[in-house]
Design a protein around this ligand. Structure first.
Ligand code: SF4
Ligand SMILES: [Zn+2]
Ligand SMILES: [Zn+2]
Length: 310
């Protein structure tokens, strides 16, 4: 069967439907659907200076490419790219090359910040010193740096490449771990900021599946190899991802239903939790956080004490 809109050979069958599209019509469909999400959820305002978080992987390059195309068309907002180098040998060094290449070709300013410069060493070395799950250490460091550096770089918003699969996993993980309050901070755009020092996050690929994002990145020539973080398979997220993929294969549309149901509940969740967590200043670094010491500083302190013990 040819493409739904022309006689060309299809490159993809859309999830949960019988529609098949050729390369040209799929790219059109993808960019239009992302644009609709941006419009419907007011992700971008006029004169925004958007920082786009790039890892150099397919999702982040896809979001950077869509936003760059839109920016060039409308000239209504600015974009720059921000990358975090965790120091994961054989992985981040490779993907960062892709990010640098793309930004250079498209004349986008790229800011790179590393764990080594900011916290004193690479993730690889930290993990040798401390017996901790990689993502439990990396996640807080990454969130901390992305927010702080986005604010210092003057970004009004931070765009990330999170897609429907990522979000469905996070929603389910929060249920399984009885962590519903954290879900109130999800959605295509973060809620009302309780502290100006938090840069609002937007997820333009929110309604696109992992498969669609990968296909777009591949067809656009943004990346030719799909490298995964060597630590990603260890995580709790990996198990939830596998479970959801099995469900999706057996019951197509499952991920979409999770997202749609969640979007119906999100206004209620935000209302319930809006004043729940007071914002403090971290006693060590002064960044906004929910406890007396932020998560990143807590880990740095543990690492320092560990070094003293040796
Ligand atoms: S998978 Fe875990 S260790 Fe790897 S980059 Fe992501 S958060 Fe860091
Ligand atoms: Zn077509
Ligand atoms: Zn701190």
């Amino acid at each position: 069967m040819p493409c739904k809109n022309c006689v060309e050979k299809p490159v993809i069958k859309l999830t949960n439907s019988k529609i098949q599209l050729c390369k040209q019509h799929f790219i059109k469909y993808f960019e239009k659907k992302v644009l609709n999400a941006i419009k419907n959820y007011k992700l971008i305002d006029k004169n925004d200076k958007i920082g786009v978080g790039v890892s150099g992987g397919k999702d982040s390059l896809a979001v950077l490419n869509v936003l760059n195309t839109l920016k060039n068309k409308t000239r209504r907002f600015e974009i720059e790219a921000i990358a975090i180098d965790e120091g994961i040998k054989g992985y981040r060094d490779k993907t960062l090359e892709k990010a640098e290449e793309y930004c250079k070709e498209n004349k986008i300013k790229l800011h790179v910040f590393s764990y080594k410069d900011e916290f004193g060493d690479t993730l690889d070395n930290f993990l040798k010193k401390l017996n901790m799950k990689a993502c439990s250490m990396c996640g807080p460091f990454r969130r901390y740096l992305l927010n702080k550096k986005s604010r210092e770089s003057g970004f009004s918003k931070l765009a990330t490449g999170h897609n429907m699969d990522d979000e469905a996993q996070t929603i389910i993980m929060n249920y399984f771990r009885r962590n519903i309050e954290t879900s109130a901070r999800l959605g295509p755009i973060t809620g009302i900021v309780k502290d100006k020092r938090f840069v609002r996050r937007i997820k333009p690929l929110y309604f696109m599946t992992q498969k669609e994002v990968a296909t777009y990145a591949f067809l656009k020539g943004l990346t030719d190899e799909f490298v995964e973080c060597p630590h990603s398979t260890d995580s709790y997220r990996g198990d939830v991802m596998e479970m959801l993929n099995n469900f999706e294969a057996k019951y197509p549309g499952t991920k979409n239903s999770i997202i749609t149901s969640f979007m119906e509940m999100l206004p209620l969740l935000r209302e319930i939790y809006k004043n729940h967590i007071p914002i403090h200043n971290c006693e060590i670094c002064g960044e906004p956080c929910s406890q007396n010491i932020c998560q990143a500083c807590k880990i740095v302190e543990i690492l320092k004490n560990k070094a003293k013990d040796v």
